[in-house]
Design a protein around this ligand. Sequence first.
Ligand SMILES: [Zn+2]
Length: 128
Amino acid sequence: MSLCVIPNCHNTKSGGYTLFKLPNEGEKSRSKWIQFIKICGVDTDNLKNHVFICEEHFEPSVMRENAIRKTLEKDAIPTIRARVDEFNNRNEIYNLQVKLEKCNEKCQQLERMIQLKKLLKTNVFLAN
Ligand SMILES: [Zn+2]
Protein backbone atom coordinates (compact mmCIF):
# COMPACT_ATOMS: atom_id res chain seq x y z
CA MET A 1 0.00 0.00 0.00
CA SER A 2 1.34 3.44 -0.89
CA LEU A 3 1.55 5.76 2.10
CA CYS A 4 2.78 9.33 2.38
CA VAL A 5 6.27 9.38 3.93
CA ILE A 6 5.72 12.61 5.88
CA PRO A 7 5.37 11.91 9.63
CA ASN A 8 1.87 12.13 11.02
CA CYS A 9 0.34 12.30 7.54
CA HIS A 10 -1.73 9.22 6.92
CA ASN A 11 -2.94 9.98 3.43
CA THR A 12 -3.13 6.96 1.14
CA LYS A 13 -4.03 6.29 -2.44
CA SER A 14 -7.05 4.30 -1.34
CA GLY A 15 -8.09 7.32 0.75
CA GLY A 16 -8.47 9.30 -2.45
CA TYR A 17 -5.17 11.17 -2.37
CA THR A 18 -2.66 11.36 -5.18
CA LEU A 19 0.77 10.16 -4.12
CA PHE A 20 3.85 11.28 -5.98
CA LYS A 21 6.93 9.09 -6.12
CA LEU A 22 10.33 10.44 -5.11
CA PRO A 23 12.22 11.35 -8.30
CA ASN A 24 14.78 8.75 -9.40
CA GLU A 25 18.53 9.09 -8.86
CA GLY A 26 19.95 11.52 -11.33
CA GLU A 27 16.81 13.63 -11.52
CA LYS A 28 17.38 17.27 -10.66
CA SER A 29 14.69 17.65 -8.01
CA ARG A 30 15.50 14.46 -6.08
CA SER A 31 17.90 16.08 -3.59
CA LYS A 32 15.36 18.85 -2.86
CA TRP A 33 12.66 16.27 -2.14
CA ILE A 34 15.03 14.49 0.23
CA GLN A 35 15.88 17.80 1.90
CA PHE A 36 12.17 18.41 2.51
CA ILE A 37 11.63 14.88 3.86
CA LYS A 38 14.58 15.40 6.22
CA ILE A 39 13.21 18.73 7.47
CA CYS A 40 9.99 16.90 8.29
CA GLY A 41 11.93 14.62 10.64
CA VAL A 42 12.49 11.48 8.57
CA ASP A 43 15.82 9.64 8.71
CA THR A 44 16.77 10.03 5.06
CA ASP A 45 19.90 7.87 5.32
CA ASN A 46 17.71 4.79 5.31
CA LEU A 47 15.06 5.68 2.77
CA LYS A 48 13.11 2.82 1.25
CA ASN A 49 13.09 2.21 -2.49
CA HIS A 50 9.57 3.48 -2.98
CA VAL A 51 9.05 6.77 -1.23
CA PHE A 52 5.86 8.75 -1.81
CA ILE A 53 4.70 12.20 -0.83
CA CYS A 54 1.01 13.03 -1.04
CA GLU A 55 -0.53 15.99 -2.84
CA GLU A 56 -1.11 17.92 0.40
CA HIS A 57 2.56 18.85 0.56
CA PHE A 58 2.62 20.56 -2.83
CA GLU A 59 1.47 24.06 -3.69
CA PRO A 60 -1.52 23.93 -6.05
CA SER A 61 0.51 25.98 -8.53
CA VAL A 62 2.93 23.08 -9.17
CA MET A 63 0.16 20.54 -9.84
CA ARG A 64 -1.83 19.89 -12.97
CA GLU A 65 -5.17 18.14 -12.90
CA ASN A 66 -6.96 16.44 -15.74
CA ALA A 67 -10.01 14.21 -15.75
CA ILE A 68 -8.00 11.15 -14.84
CA ARG A 69 -5.34 12.23 -12.39
CA LYS A 70 -3.12 14.88 -10.87
CA THR A 71 0.41 15.32 -12.09
CA LEU A 72 3.32 17.47 -11.04
CA GLU A 73 5.02 20.18 -13.04
CA LYS A 74 8.54 19.32 -14.12
CA ASP A 75 11.01 19.64 -11.21
CA ALA A 76 8.23 20.42 -8.73
CA ILE A 77 9.27 20.10 -5.09
CA PRO A 78 7.17 19.58 -1.95
CA THR A 79 7.05 22.59 0.38
CA ILE A 80 4.05 22.27 2.70
CA ARG A 81 4.56 20.79 6.14
CA ALA A 82 0.97 21.24 7.35
CA ARG A 83 0.78 17.90 9.09
CA VAL A 84 4.03 18.49 10.92
CA ASP A 85 2.77 21.82 12.24
CA GLU A 86 -0.33 20.09 13.49
CA PHE A 87 1.89 17.64 15.31
CA ASN A 88 3.92 20.48 16.86
CA ASN A 89 0.73 22.17 18.03
CA ARG A 90 -0.34 19.01 19.77
CA ASN A 91 3.06 18.79 21.46
CA GLU A 92 2.77 22.38 22.59
CA ILE A 93 -0.66 21.77 24.09
CA TYR A 94 0.70 18.73 25.91
CA ASN A 95 3.61 20.75 27.32
CA LEU A 96 1.23 23.45 28.53
CA GLN A 97 -0.92 20.84 30.26
CA VAL A 98 2.12 19.48 32.07
CA LYS A 99 3.08 23.01 33.16
CA LEU A 100 -0.45 23.65 34.41
CA GLU A 101 -0.42 20.45 36.44
CA LYS A 102 2.89 21.44 38.04
CA CYS A 103 1.43 24.87 38.79
CA ASN A 104 -1.58 23.32 40.45
CA GLU A 105 0.68 21.15 42.56
CA LYS A 106 2.63 24.21 43.71
CA CYS A 107 -0.63 25.99 44.50
CA GLN A 108 -1.76 23.11 46.67
CA GLN A 109 1.59 23.07 48.47
CA LEU A 110 1.28 26.78 49.10
CA GLU A 111 -2.21 26.37 50.48
CA ARG A 112 -1.02 23.62 52.79
CA MET A 113 1.80 25.86 54.00
CA ILE A 114 -0.61 28.68 54.75
CA GLN A 115 -2.85 26.31 56.67
CA LEU A 116 0.13 25.02 58.63
CA LYS A 117 1.21 28.55 59.45
CA LYS A 118 -2.28 29.41 60.66
CA LEU A 119 -2.30 26.29 62.78
CA LEU A 120 1.10 27.18 64.18
CA LYS A 121 -0.06 30.70 65.04
CA THR A 122 -3.11 29.37 66.81
CA ASN A 123 -0.95 26.98 68.79
CA VAL A 124 1.46 29.74 69.72
CA PHE A 125 -1.46 31.85 70.82
CA LEU A 126 -2.83 28.98 72.90
CA ALA A 127 0.56 28.36 74.49
CA ASN A 128 0.74 31.97 75.59
ZN1 LIG B 1 1.10 13.59 3.11
